[in-house]
Design a protein around this ligand. Structure first.
Ligand code: SAH
Length: 352
């Protein structure tokens, strides 16, 4: 049987350079390949530029397959949700969120998720498996291709957020490599502050972050500073309490203008009271924090509800008293179940 080829998209530039050196191939190959596939966005193997021996090495050893877009949903507000099919027929979702004729891409890092947060649709799926680096990079490349074909006048993806399905720090190695490819000058050339990794507070990943992760932004899902409430919302809080999570998050090297983003999901009658707001304000006031308030996005079968706009505003006003900068995240794409926490590829498949 022919040995299985390896995906080109799983190699960081450094790994590719090492591979070329090991096989005695010309050292110019890796950056030429990166340029061809990431800058010129070519899908087919490179025919030009490469030395002949590098070309045959590439043909024999690499494949260039990417996750396949199975369905595309576009909402009125121009949000786009993709359902991707992976090699083993597993499904994941990716969302393009528009702003000023540009996009933020919300990437998945796992098929399903092991965290079982009680407010999150993905958690109801359980964890199927980690995504590989090429499956993470592939979401970006294929969404970019779709945009260029379908919205050629506004096809720029400016930000990458790991806020789709999965807990990115639970799949540290593949997420890290994907970030390196996003950041590479020869690769997708994103600036570090354009990438944000959101975590439920998975401390083993935060421990590695400081020394290993490239300098990208961190977001922590806070949702409550009251232990009983956070335990119910994010079960791993019992093992990795928020106080410890914050200590680790704050140790992550940050540039001058950077801070840790805290996401606070507002659930009607559960964590949206004035008392909740005061405790949150007091918890964050001494920290280099920025709060993103997210009104809960409902999904089929959930016990929770979204609070009124007035309640969200009242919560924000209390945080203002503590001088904690706060932004209310505008809900986009909820009519196609593409908003935060509404991603569940199983459901997506049944619905499509
Ligand atoms: N596992 C990571 C990343 C995925 S969730 C994390 O927990 O941060 C990305 C963001 O969406 C998190 O802040 C999460 O709390 C939020 N979210 C999840 N379910 C949601 C829902 N139903 N409504 C609104 N936001 C939700």
């Amino acid at each position: 049987m022919e040995p299985l080829k390896t995906s080109f998209y799983q190699f960081t530039l450094k790994e590719l350079q090492e591979l070329f050196a090991t096989y005695g191939l010309p050292p110019s190959g890796p950056s030429l390949l990166y340029n061809w596939h990431y800058k010129k966005r070519m899908k087919q193997p490179c025919e030009t530029d490469l030395a002949k021996m590098s070309r045959s090495f590439v043909y024999e050893n690499f494949d260039f397959e990417l996750p396949k877009i199975q369905t595309v949903h576009e909402s009125q507000d121009k949000t786009v949700k993709f359902l991707f099919e992976l090699r083993d027929q597993q499904k994941i979702e990716t969302v393009l969120i528009p702003f000023n004729k540009k996009y933020t891409i919300c990437l998945s890092s796992q098929v399903g998720c092991a965290m079982k947060c009680s407010f999150c649709f993905t958690g109801t799926q359980g964890l199927k498996r980690n995504l590989t680096t090429e499956e993470i990079i592939g979401q970006f490349l294929e969404a970019q291709r779709w945009l260029t074909e379908n919205r050629p006048n506004d096809d720029k993806i400016l930000n990458v957020v790991f806020m789709g399905q999965g807990e990115p720090l639970h799949n540290f190695d593949a997420v890290k490599k994907a970030c390196e490819i996003f950041l590479s000058q020869h690769g997708l050339s994103l600036a570090p502050h354009k990438i944000t990794i959101s975590t439920a507070g998975y401390i083993p990943g935060l421990e590695r972050w400081k020394n290993e992760m490239p300098k990208v932004n961190i977001a922590v899902s806070l949702h409550s500073v009251i232990k009983e409430k956070r335990d119910k919302l994010i079960p791993i809080n019992q093992r990795y309490p928020i106080e410890d999570v914050v200590k680790f998050a704050e140790q992550i090297p940050q540039g001058k203008t950077r801070f840790v983003t805290y996401e606070y999901l507002l659930i009607d009658g559960f964590n949206d009271s004035a008392e909740d707001a005061h405790l949150t304000g007091a918890f964050l006031e001494s920290k280099n924090a920025y709060v993103s308030l997210i009104p809960f996005n409902p999904f089929p079968g959930t016990e929770y509800q979204r609070p009124s706009i007035a309640k969200v505003e009242a919560f924000k006003l209390i945080l203002d008293q503590y001088k904690v900068p706060t932004l209310v995240r505008k809900t986009k794409g909820d009519e196609i179940l593409a908003a935060c926490g509404q991603l569940n590829s199983k459901y997506g498949l049944e619905k499509n």
